[in-house]
Design a protein around this ligand. Structure first.
Ligand code: C5P
Length: 314
């Protein structure tokens, strides 16, 4: 039951009595949330956001069907969205990543019983139910959070579209247009490769590492090259030249490649909603996870993690 009503009606003892009765009878409540109401009141009684309701339902049914025992649920760390690299106080370099794929993966991993931390660049998406979210802007900040969390994780998924370069030095003041030249030269320096650095962690700190590869041609060959070059365990490659798929879209198709004792194996996932593809990727990655990575590794409580932000950027 996802109640939606005026705050005074929700708070009324008769409503509260009936809600308790329903809960005792085994009904589950989603919400209500609190905040501004249509009549102008402020308080509890707002219907939970549709995404929250869907997440709760997905989590409920997933836990009935595929949830591993909580004691053996891994800690999953996912990077998602774009990064922003400042050029001056008002301008930045970024890309069109919507974050939808990474957020769908986080929702799915949580629904499958994992403890999930999402390291997110600036996106306009609600935090999936049951997911801890750390907001970052730059590749350097994402790198710092990823390398802090990855040694305690069982599975690391690098889904963010990280800027490969940043300004050598961001201007302190807004860069002015000048009349004496029609060109402006920016000097860029390379950003750290987050996923390659996670892959290079010592064995006892290294999670199972899954990367993404956006390609426009020869997908399998380029993806396998990336799998080897970055030292990944699995890679999800997609063809970004296909209309209606990938960046910003709700649908995606992919080729999954992973290492096995007998060489690289692959599996094709046809075009489908990102939420469905996320379920397939999470299930596949978890099925490849060595047993010692399946259970939680000792980690710092979230309140002790450095530079954590709880606010959402939207
Ligand atoms: O090299 P390319 O950017 O195509 O690799 C894509 C994969 O590498 C993705 O998994 C992406 O999240 C990750 N990546 C990263 N840090 C970077 C660049 C890419 O983690 N600086």
């Amino acid at each position: 039951i996802a109640p939606a009503m005026n705050q005074a009606m929700w708070r009324h003892p008769a409503t509260q009595r009936n809600v308790s009765q329903l809960a005792n009878d085994g009904w589950q409540l989603i919400g209500p949330a609190a905040g501004d109401q249509a009549c102008g009141d402020v308080g509890p009684g707002r219907m939970s956001e549709p995404e929250v309701i869907v997440d709760c339902l997905a989590q409920h049914f997933a836990s009935a069907a595929i949830l591993p025992a909580p004691a053996s649920a891994p800690h999953v760390v996912i990077t998602a969205g774009p990064t922003r690299e400042a050029l001056d106080p008002v301008r930045y370099l970024s890309n069109h990543s919507s974050g939808k794929m990474g957020y769908a993966l986080a929702a799915e991993a949580a629904a499958q019983g994992a403890q999930v931390t999402l390291i997110s660049g600036p996106v306009n998406l609600p935090t999936p139910h049951g997911v801890e979210r750390i907001d970052v802007e730059t590749a350097a900040q994402m790198h710092h959070e990823a390398l802090t969390l990855a040694p305690h994780a069982g599975l690391f998924i690098g889904c963010a579209a990280v800027a490969d370069y940043r300004a050598a030095s961001a201007a302190e003041h807004k860069i002015k247009k000048t009349d004496d030249s029609d060109t402006l030269t920016l000097t860029l320096v390379k950003n750290p490769d987050i996923i390659a650095d996670v892959s290079a962690l010592p064995t006892d700190q290294r999670p199972f590492v899954v990367g993404f590869a956006a390609e426009t041609q020869d997908i399998a060959r380029y993806a396998e090259d990336k799998l080897t070059r970055k030292g990944l365990d699995m890679i999800v490659a997609n063809d970004v030249s296909q209309q209606g798929l990938g960046f910003g879209s709700d649908n995606n198709a992919a080729l999954l490649l992973w290492r096995s004792a007998t060489g690289t194996k692959q599996r094709e996932a046809p075009p489908q909603p990102k939420t469905q593809l996320a379920a397939l990727i999470i299930r596949h990655a978890l099925s490849l996870l060595p047993s010692q990575l399946l259970s939680q590794r000792p980690s710092q409580p979230p309140s002790q993690l450095p530079s954590q932000s709880s606010g959402e950027l939207s």
